[in-house]
Design a protein around this ligand. Structure first.
Ligand SMILES: Cc1ncc(COP(=O)(O)O)c(C=O)c1O
Length: 441
């Protein structure tokens, strides 16, 4: 045990010295000095022998950890062709592209570009829309999160990440998520792309009004702008559907996938687009390239992940109902503390009223064995993103931990958080002030 503690201390020391002192502090507090050591299914193992339910990991582990089919596919590929020559066609990648082309909106979204992170897919979409239209303006939505690379950041609305880097890519308008605001956002012939998340994940798990989404899609069509549905968090059955935007009848010109696409085993993202949007890449495949785009390990993982997600979709519907009912009960049991619960499928946000309470609860949940994610744009909301492989009993376990944690939120814990400069600044999970008894030794 002492050896495990020393090893964990070494890891945190290296994080502090070489990655980020702040991260080391946050990791140290979250794990009470332990670090992550492994995991399977919905559980993560900690270096001190504890384990935690993983309903977080920023929505990546939709299939849980080390899903056997995904691992098998990646190992087989690893033993065959780990990286592509990129001067010869790769069968695994081509097969996966064909699967994706038949997935989101078969027959319409038939063209595929592969990346590693969600923001790669966003960058590709924005570039293609500009190239295909010859226009440069982009319409996005207030509260949107599309990533932090420079192009994607311009479409992300959160000032916390934008302000010290401005000027960003110009010509991006963020409009309120209100159908009445849509007409004013368009000038004839100037908008290249409209980009929208059907449910804003980092923005506090906010499902957008279907009337707004429909108005936005209609305006995009009317003005000849491409509609980009950012389903990096909502897609792949996370919210019940393969792509919410397609099932809502928005007829997007592209659906973006990421996060769970690599099955929780490989980094992978994709743009799945119409021929019209993809035309610049069809004409010149070198107009947008990255070294690892379409790497075979990711493609192997992605193909296995799509199969597994579809097999597990009915189970997701059942888990979603359990979770939704339990969170409504949570809100009723903790009035004043829990002020709202909202979400769809296996993407839920719990909003806390008192300043700083969400950060306290998140930390305490982790210590009690439930990992959840903060919302980068709304520090008062924590996000629950359980995997499709979770058992009913694990959803109940998570709800019990949440309930017990809410019941135990001590007043002085809250006021300590309230006094923290980080919380005043809108950060979450990065407080330096915690009650002395809870300090990591
Ligand atoms: C909706 C959405 N779009 C884009 C991104 C950016 O993805 P990544 O962080 O993988 O670049 C995220 C990440 O949270 C996201 O939630």
């Amino acid at each position: 045990m002492t050896r495990a503690r020393d090893a964990a201390r070494d890891v945190l020391g290296q994080v502090r010295a070489h990655l980020s002192p702040r991260l080391a502090l946050v990791y140290g507090m979250n794990g009470a000095g332990a670090v992550e050591a492994g995991g399977a299914g919905a559980r993560v193992d900690l270096s001190d022998g504890r384990s935690a339910l993983d309903f977080g990991s920023y929505a990546v582990t939709l299939l849980g950890r080390r899903h056997p089919d995904v691992v098998r596919a990646v190992v087989a590929e690893l033993e065959t062709m780990a990286v592509s020559t990129r001067v010869l066609a790769n069968g695994t990648t081509a097969h996966f592209a064909a699967r994706l082309a038949d997935y989101a909106d078969p027959g319409r979204l038939t063209r595929v570009w592969l990346g590693l992170n969600g923001s790669d897919a966003v960058e590709a979409a924005l570039k293609l829309a500009r190239l295909a239209t010859g226009r440069s303006r982009v319409v996005a939505v207030e509260g949107a999160y599309h990533g932090k690379s420079m192009g994607a950041l311009a479409a992300t609305s959160n000032h916390r990440y934008r302000r010290s880097l401005e000027p960003l890519l110009g010509g991006v308008t963020h409009l309120p998520a209100d159908a009445a605001a849509v007409p004013g956002a368009f000038e004839p012939g100037d908008v290249a792309a409209v980009i929208v998340e059907p449910v804003q994940g980092e923005g506090g798990v906010k499902p957008l009004d279907p009337a707004f989404l429909t108005a936005l899609a209609a305006a995009a069509r009317k003005h000849g702008a491409f509609l980009i549905a950012d389903e990096i968090q909502t897609g792949l059955r996370r919210c019940g559907e393969r792509a919410l935007s397609v099932s809502l009848g928005l007829r997007p010109d592209a659906v973006l996938y990421g996060k769970a696409l690599g099955g929780g085993v490989q980094p992978l993202s994709a743009l799945v687009a119409t021929e019209e949007l993809y035309a610049p890449l069809a004409a010149d495949p070198f107009v947008h390239t990255t070294t690892f785009s379409g790497h075979p390990l990711g493609a192997a993982a992605g193909a296995a992940a799509l199969r597994a997600v579809e097999e597990l979709a009915p189970r997701g519907t059942r888990l979603a109902a359990l979770l939704a009912g339990g969170l409504e009960r949570l809100k009723r049991r903790h009035p004043g503390l829990v002020t709202a619960v909202r979400g769809r499928g296996l993407l839920w946000g719990v909003e806390f009223g008192p300043a700083g309470a969400a950060g306290d609860v998140l930390l305490e949940l982790t210590r009690r064995g439930l990992i959840v994610s903060p919302c980068l744009g709304r520090p008062e909301v924590i996000r629950l993103v359980p995997p499709l492989v979770a058992g009913d009993d694990q959803v109940e376990e998570a709800l019990d931990i949440l309930d017990a944690t809410c019941a135990a939120v001590p007043d002085e814990f809250r006021s300590a958080a309230r006094n923290s400069a980080d919380v005043r600044d809108g950060a979450i999970g990065s407080r330096e002030v915690v009650p002395p008894a809870r300090r990591v030794p």
